[in-house]
Design a protein around this ligand. Structure first.
Ligand code: MD6
Ligand code: FE
Length: 218
């Protein structure tokens, strides 16, 4: 009896990993043990390569602010989408990916069935309340056999996971602070996006959602 009452106040364990596709998996809370160590490293990355709003090839300003770390960074401008070793804003190489983040991504990928994942690119996306990411495919990488590992921080978001065509139906996947999403294989080219971020204040991150996507781009 007493035990039952105490359990009501015990912190919840994060739910178990679950599949959202044949080769796509959510690892709830997987990054939580590392977050306190990762945040100062992320701050350092952002100091060296600040968030900025890029333009689509069509000339529209992207709602998500972004930066990168790693040998390659994802960039967009009137010329198109591509990976570049040089930050167009600073004209310097992107900061290195913090080793703890590489290890976390490699570990998450192996739990999801992708061994030996060696990311060389980490895209850092920053969302404010109201910011959304429209449905897209990730196809600027060289080798689609390599998975993508995505770490969510800050405010929760609803991730849309679609099919292989833009108009296929989408599943809604809630992503919280510390959740890791891994996908690859036959799910690698599925359309996906993020619904407009709901207003809120995260205790550690404030009015922000930050998403880190780690890839083998080159
Ligand atoms: C985001 N993520 O969660 C945007 N792409 O903010 C992506 O576009 C994404 O999380 C490929 C694989 C995982 C992702
Ligand atoms: Fe994407």
């Amino acid at each position: 009896m007493m035990q039952t009452e105490l359990d009501l106040f015990a912190p919840h364990d994060p739910p178990q990993p679950y599949r959202v596709g044949t080769q796509a998996m959510v690892l709830p809370g997987f990054a939580l043990p590392q977050v306190q160590a990762l945040l100062p490293m992320l701050r350092e990355v952002i100091a060296q390569a600040p968030f900025r709003h890029m333009y689509t090839p069509g000339g529209l300003k992207m709602a998500v602010a972004l930066t990168n770390c790693g040998a390659l960074g994802w960039v967009s401008d009137r010329q198109g989408y591509r990976y570049s070793g040089i930050d167009p804003l600073t004209q310097r190489p992107w900061p290195v990916i913090p080793e703890a983040l590489v290890l976390l991504a490699n570990h998450a990928a192996s739990l999801a069935g992708f061994s030996d994942f060696q990311p060389d690119a980490c895209l850092v996306n920053c969302y404010r309340p109201g910011t959304r990411l429209s449905l897209h495919q990730d196809r600027d990488e060289r080798d689609f056999s390599q998975p993508i590992v995505s770490v969510s921080l800050g405010l929760p978001a609803v991730f849309l996971f679609g099919g292989h065509t833009r108009n296929a139906s989408t599943q809604r996947i809630p992503l919280h602070h510390g959740d890791v999403l891994v996908w690859g294989g036959e799910d690698r080219l599925r359309f996906h996006g993020v619904l407009p971020l709901k207003p809120g204040v995260h205790p550690q991150m404030g009015e922000l959602r930050i998403n880190l996507t780690l890839r083998k781009a080159g």
